[in-house]
Write a protein that binds this ligand. Sequence first.
Ligand code: GDP
Ligand code: MG
Length: 162
Amino acid sequence: MLPVIALVGRPNVGKSTLFNALTRSRDALVADMPGVTRDRHYGICHLGERPFVVVDTGGLSGSDEGIEGLTAQQVRLAIGEANLLVFVVDARDGILPLDASILGELRRSGKPVIVVVNKTDGTDEPTVMAEFASFGVAQTLPMSAAHNRGIDVLVASALPHL
Ligand code: GDP
Ligand code: MG
């Protein structure tokens, strides 16, 4: 079994953009398995000799009803099979109540968590990072997935957990 990193967070924070940046820049085999995985998308990345799997998830909206609830079930399956949770948040939105509740759920899983503060491009990064430091997660990293900034640091930070 390859080690698994799951990308988790609210909708629209940039999980899929980060997934694409990770898989593109790491020579990935991106395998979409519709029907089997619903809206979980898997990519295999290589870092030197180390292959690992990245799972893009559909996003947690805070609802357990209807389609959103089905998506949440999928996200929970992805959390269950992951060795490392990458919690993606949006630098422009700051901390929303839903972020705090998702982080609580991730912590309850007992798995290691790295916070990725995405969309730092065009923001005052020190101010943004100071706000997200209040989560108290030791590994909290700035990122601009759309501009491929922060990817290498994330991968280097993830490796010891895999
Ligand atoms: P997801 O719903 O979490 O998968 O988010 P997406 O990857 O679909 O991205 C949502 C929106 O945010 C899209 O319009 C992206 O182009 C935009 N986005 C993603 N990453 C960045 C980033 O690093 N900087 C900026 N400015 N926009 C981004
Ligand atoms: Mg997405």
